[in-house]
Design a binder for this molecule. Structure first.
Ligand SMILES: Nc1nc2c(ncn2[C@@H]2O[C@H](COP(=O)(O)OP(=O)(O)OP(=O)(O)O)[C@@H](O)[C@H]2O)c(=O)[nH]1
Ligand SMILES: [Mg+2]
Length: 389
């Protein structure tokens, strides 16, 4: 049966749920799709279809990022549901790198927890400029305690430059909305209105050369290798030539889809799957970049301004010096790098410093690009590229 083509009728934005483990991100995501499906603008995606890897179902937590799509009256959204568990923060960084805005989910019962704060910091670093807060589990929370949690969240956002006083904070219950309780389905509507009005339509660089950071690679039997991700800039059509940086592959795009619907042209901001001609499955992986041929020259060396997280933020307890070799999370890539702070210089937890970095492999870099630094499974720094080479 031929699939219905994607028709671009509304502006498209990428949003997502982030926050501490078990605060209700996946439940809220399911509830949003259910409320909108009842309004006739989307398909209900139940909880167990969002948390769908067997390991995720068994553990009841989100490991990978999951994508769903829906529409409000004014916009089309791709929504990534990100994992909250500390072990999967690297997957959260990948998801956040493509967001135009985020829904920070905070349980009204628990308040700010370690990954609430870590996700806010990472979101800031990877360039998410707008956050809307969902104070979830408001069905079970005491009103006065919830007021305190709200104050605490606004302060956290302010401390990371989000203007916590003006950020919309909406009290919701994903669980009760899923059950169809009218009070809480209305609250989901209020949350979506807040997202529609508070997260502005970002500028899309559709005229720039095409670039897509690879988020996932899959094989479609009989058709070939497919890469997925959000288009960072430019446009792409079926038949266009591309190169895969990291894999040193030149190829042609033979198919283009968004959420299972074929499209003729994808543009900056779209969440897409590209079918690549004659590319073996294991030649491409997350972190590679699909780009217009010759449009980017990857490099290894860059200078950056870096904030070293304090111990209280989950960072290191001891300073770092030249020779330090952590992992750098840049777009969807995860690359080791050697840090040079200059002779004798050290960076203490809580310091902002300039450094040069020599990565273990070439990556497309440009001034202004944000990244996270991690070591032994925790985030220890966050920075911005200031110069390349
Ligand atoms: N009372 C109440 N419980 C909720 C609500 N939302 C979620 N829960 C419960 O909280 C637990 C965690 O919900 P999830 O949606 O899996 O949380 P999550 O944030 O996606 O978790 P990770 O993806 O693993 O980080 C489940 O037992 C839910 O039923 C709510 O609004 N009210
Ligand atoms: Mg989840």
């Amino acid at each position: 049966m031929p699939k219905t083509a994607y028709v671009r009728t509304k502006p498209h934005l990428n949003i997502g749920t982030m926050g501490h483990v078990d605060h209700g991100k996946t439940t809220l995501t399911a509830a949003i799709t259910k409320v909108l499906a009842e309004r006739g603008s989307g398909t209900y995606v139940p909880f167990d279809r969002i948390d769908r890897a067997p390991e995720e179902a068994a553990r009841g937590i989100t490991i990978n990022i999951a994508h769903v799509e829906y529409e409000t009256d004014t916009r089309h959204y791709a929504h990534v549901d990100m994992p909250g568990h500390a072990d999967y923060v690297k997957n959260m960084v990948t998801g956040a790198a493509q967001l135009d805005g985020a829904i920070l989910v905070v349980s009204a019962l628990d308040g700010i927890m370690p990954q609430t704060a870590e996700h806010v910091l990472l979101a800031r670093q990877v360039g998410v400029d707008h956050i809307v807060v969902a104070l979830n589990k408001a069905d079970a929370g005491d009103e006065e305690l919830t007021d305190l949690v709200e104050l605490e969240v606004r302060e956290l956002l302010t401390s990371h430059g989000y203007g916590g006083d003006s950020v919309p904070v909406v009290r919701v219950s994903g669980l009760r909305a899923l059950e169809g309780d009218p009070r809480w389905t209305e609250a989901i509507g209020a949350l979506l209105d807040a997202v529609d009005t508070y997260v502005p339509m970002p500028e899309r660089y559709v005229d720039a050369p095409f670039l897509l950071p690879v988020e996932n690679v899959l094989t479609i039997t009989g058709r070939g290798t497919v890469v997925t991700g959000a288009v960072e800039r430019g446009t792409i059509r079926v038949g266009d030539r591309v190169e895969v940086l990291g894999a040193a592959v030149d190829t042609v795009v033979t198919g283009l889809e968004t959420f299972g619907k074929p499209m003729e042209e994808a543009q900056a901001g779209d969440s897409v799957a590209l079918l690549l001609r004659g590319v073996p499955r294991d030649a491409v992986r997350r972190g590679h970049i699909v780009a217009a041929p010759g449009s980017v020259v990857p490099s290894r060396r860059f200078s950056a301004q870096v904030y070293v997280l304090s111990a209280g933020e989950g960072g290191r307890t001891t300073p770092v010096a030249t020779g330090y070799r952590p992992q750098f999370y840049i777009r969807t890539a995860d690359v080791v790098g050697d840090v040079d702070l200059g002779a004798g210089a050290v960076a203490r937890p809580g310091d902002t410093v300039t450094m040069t970095v020599e990565l273990g492999r070439d990556v497309p870099l440009e001034p202004g690009l944000g990244f996270a630094i991690r070591e032994g499974g925790r985030t220890v720094g966050a920075g911005t590229v200031t110069a390349v080479g």
